[in-house]
Ligand binder design. Structure first.
Ligand code: G6P
Length: 467
């Protein structure tokens, strides 16, 4: 039997991989490496030591790379048929499971679990099976397979059947829904998700709160956890990387441009900044953030001409109408605020929808206040990163519904994300914090937010899985 096993000792499986390809006009393929916790975590091991990342081919460029046999050592891209991937990723993962765990449904009309849903679910199963089969093929005997996120909840159970010898984990990068909300899913589907995950030896969550919600779902709907262990691993920011990267020349350039856009107060000195950086995605609550800023300018007119809301909202999942509509709403509300309050030399909201990491870091450095107000969020790394990078130390306005709240709540100004007036007052409080206190708090936020950097986060889980 052993001869049919693969060579990989550590395998990571995720929908989005560490690299993506673009076909250039001359027909050549251009590779772009992504960032994020898993990338730095896995590179701490590397292909030489038998690490392999199994991910999905996501666009035409990736598919072309698979076809031409182009790839990186240590990465295997799966070219699942585009329609199967679209059903699994857009239809199930981002329209159903993401909505359930972030509690985003407007329940009088949604969700509707009908024949179309069942059809898409079959694609989700096929998609998960493709991953399970690839992992089974590549894994050495007794290897560790670390499956990621809501796209791949069925993989642990499927892989367990194919390869009982493996150590299998699954990590949820999202919140987990409370039992009563999780039960929106049809019973058989809810059961399949839980049993799929319970095929793992070990399940990881970002906070105790999400781990407890999962356990409650298993107690109510699956007869408990069985022999599966639960671990909590609160992914933090990478302080060394952030400090270094945020002082490179391209960030300095963008800071200068941004300073011009922000401008100076009537009495001189740079205007204060309220900074947010998100994917434009419904759980991030960008619209209520803008409405709170509007209320700040109404209730506290002393801030007019003296503050700018720098809102970077990078479009995401634009194949789906609900995400496109949300992006349009963000733009509409930002423009309305600018129309209502803007003057000849003051633009109250500087909105930018074009993804640019260096410009995000420039905004972090200039932040007086960071606004992180999601309706629900697995962790939220922006909350952890801005205090590390901001030049003068920043105040953090933080939703109590973000996973990061468990670690940062004490030194943040905490808000109920639905309470727009409360958020406006929190912004006022944060803007008014005395410089000394702000710097102290920012230092503590930065320390707490980087306590578990990505490589450590990954290796801790690997160690725990290997036992
Ligand atoms: C969340 C998920 C990740 C996902 C990311 C970006 O953080 O937990 O799995 O990769 O969003 O979303 P996208 O749909 O662009 O991969």
């Amino acid at each position: 039997m052993a001869s049919s096993f693969g060579a990989a000792q550590v395998l990571v499986a995720s929908n989005r991989g560490p690299v993506s390809y673009e076909v250039r006009e001359d027909g050549s393929l251009h590779a772009k490496r992504g960032g994020g916790g898993l990338v730095s975590g896995l590179s701490a091991i590397g292909p030489d030591a038998g690490a392999l990342w199994v991910c999905s081919a996501l666009g035409d460029g990736d598919r072309e790379a698979v076809r031409r046999g182009v790839g990186e050592d240590g990465v295997r891209m799966l070219d699942v048929p585009a329609d199967v991937h679209a059903d699994a990723y857009n239809g199930i993962a981002n329209s159903v499971l993401w909505f359930v765990h972030h509690m985003l449904y407007q329940t009088p009309l949604e969700p509707v679990f009908d024949a179309e849903f069942r059809r898409q679910w079959a694609s989700y199963e096929a998609y998960n099976r493709a991953f399970a089969e690839a992992l089974a093929e590549e894994a050495a005997e007794g290897a560790a397979a670390m499956v990621q996120d809501y796209h791949l909840t069925l993989v642990p159970g499927m892989l367990r059947e194919l390869r009982p010898d493996l150590r299998i984990s699954h990590f949820s990068h999202t919140p987990w829904a409370p039992v009563d909300y999780f039960r929106l899913l049809p019973d058989d589907i809810a059961g399949q998700v839980l049993r799929g995950m319970l095929g793992a030896d070990r399940l990881g969550f970002l906070t105790r709160r999400w781990a407890d919600a999962f356990t409650a779902c298993c107690d109510a709907l699956a007869g408990g956890l069985g022999s599966t262990e639960i671990g909590v691993h609160g992914l933090g920011g990478d302080a060394d990387f952030l400090r270094k990267r945020s002082h490179e020349a391209d960030v300095d350039e963008r800071m200068a441009a941004l300073r011009d856009e922000i401008g100076t107060m009537p009495e001189g000195g740079a205007r204060r900044t309220i900074v947010r950086v998100d994917r434009t995605e419904l759980s991030k609550n960008i619209v209520r953030g803008l409405l709170a800023y509007r209320e700040l300018l109404t209730r506290r007119p002393e801030w007019r001409e003296r503050v700018v809301h720098v809102a970077f909202a990078y479009p995401s999942r634009q194949d789906l109408a609900v995400y496109r509509d949300y992006t349009a709403e963000v733009r509409r509300v930002a423009e309305a605020v600018n129309e209502e309050f803007g003057t000849a030399d003051w633009t109250p909201v500087v909105l930018n929808l074009e993804d640019d990491f260096a410009r995000s870091l420039a905004a972090y450095r200039l932040a007086d206040v960071a606004l992180v107000n999601p309706v629900r969020d697995g962790m939220n790394l922006v909350a952890k990163e801005v205090p590390v990078v901001s030049d003068a130390g920043c105040a953090l306005v933080l939703s109590r519904e973000a996973g990061a709240y468990e670690e940062l709540g004490e030194d943040a100004v905490v808000v109920n994300p639905y309470d727009v007036t409360g958020t406006a007052e929190a912004l006022h409080e944060a803007l008014g914090l005395p410089a000394g206190e702000r710097a102290e708090r920012s230092k503590r936020l930065a320390a707490a937010g980087t306590a578990l950097p990505p490589a450590r986060w990954f290796l801790d889980q690997l160690e725990a899985l290997r036992g």
